[in-house]
Design a protein around this ligand. Structure first.
Ligand SMILES: CC(C)(COP(=O)(O)OP(=O)(O)OC[C@H]1O[C@@H](n2cnc3c(N)ncnc32)[C@H](O)[C@@H]1OP(=O)(O)O)[C@@H](O)C(=O)NCCC(=O)NCCS
Length: 158
């Protein structure tokens, strides 16, 4: 059984988390599917762009339930991925991950974060709007398989 949200901690992703992160993403068609090498590169502090990579994890290290990744291209931060395991959604974990990400971004001097999301991804759009994002544009036929518009969104930190 999944631990309740109050026992979940947000912490930095490590290489030991990558298998679980990939398993979560593989079960969520809306999540970006990165190969293992891309995650390991993202975790390498020497690689560019620099990234913030976080997981939501229960008390046991092997109990990762969600993750988020943002690339840092000053002055711009871009949300590349946020995903919560299907059985743990709507418990506040996505918001916990995103709030921790914003805290880290603000500590690093960033003033805003941008993202793009498939126009059909209603849960993600609702999640982003609830977090304060506003739509800033639409990129026609940006995604492939299936071809679809990208909604561009931005959140300025207050
Ligand atoms: C988007 C996602 C990360 C949200 O994670 P989550 O842990 O379920 O979100 P939270 O429980 O923190 O929700 C916070 C708020 O967002 C909104 N929200 C989240 N999921 C929603 C949904 N399916 N429908 C409507 N609103 C939703 C609600 O306002 C919610 O607050 P509430 O539960 O009090 O009503 C999750 O749906 C997910 O992993 N989706 C698949 C991957 C994906 O599409 N990622 C985005 C592209 S990378």
């Amino acid at each position: 059984m999944e631990p309740p949200a109050e026992t979940v901690q947000i912490r930095r992703m490590t290489a030991a988390d990558v298998t679980q992160v990939m398993e979560i993403a593989a079960c969520l068609p809306e999540a970006p599917q990165w190969p293992e090498a891309a995650y390991l590169t993202a975790l390498n502090p020497q690689s560019t762009p620099h990234r913030i990579t976080l997981v939501a994890s229960g008390p046991r290290p092997e109990s990762v339930q969600g993750f988020t990744m943002a690339s840092l291209l000053p002055p711009q931060a871009e949300l590349e991925s946020i995903a919560v395991a299907a059985g743990s959604q709507r418990l506040g974990l996505g918001r916990m991950l995103f709030d921790a990400l914003v805290n880290d971004l603000q500590a690093a001097g960033f003033l805003e974060i941008a993202l793009e999301v498939r126009a059909s991804n209603r849960p993600a759009l609702a999640f982003y709007r609830s977090a304060g994002f506003r739509q800033t544009g639409l990129r026609r036929a940006y995604y492939a398989d299936p071809i679809e518009d990208a909604v561009l969104m931005r959140l300025h930190f207050t």
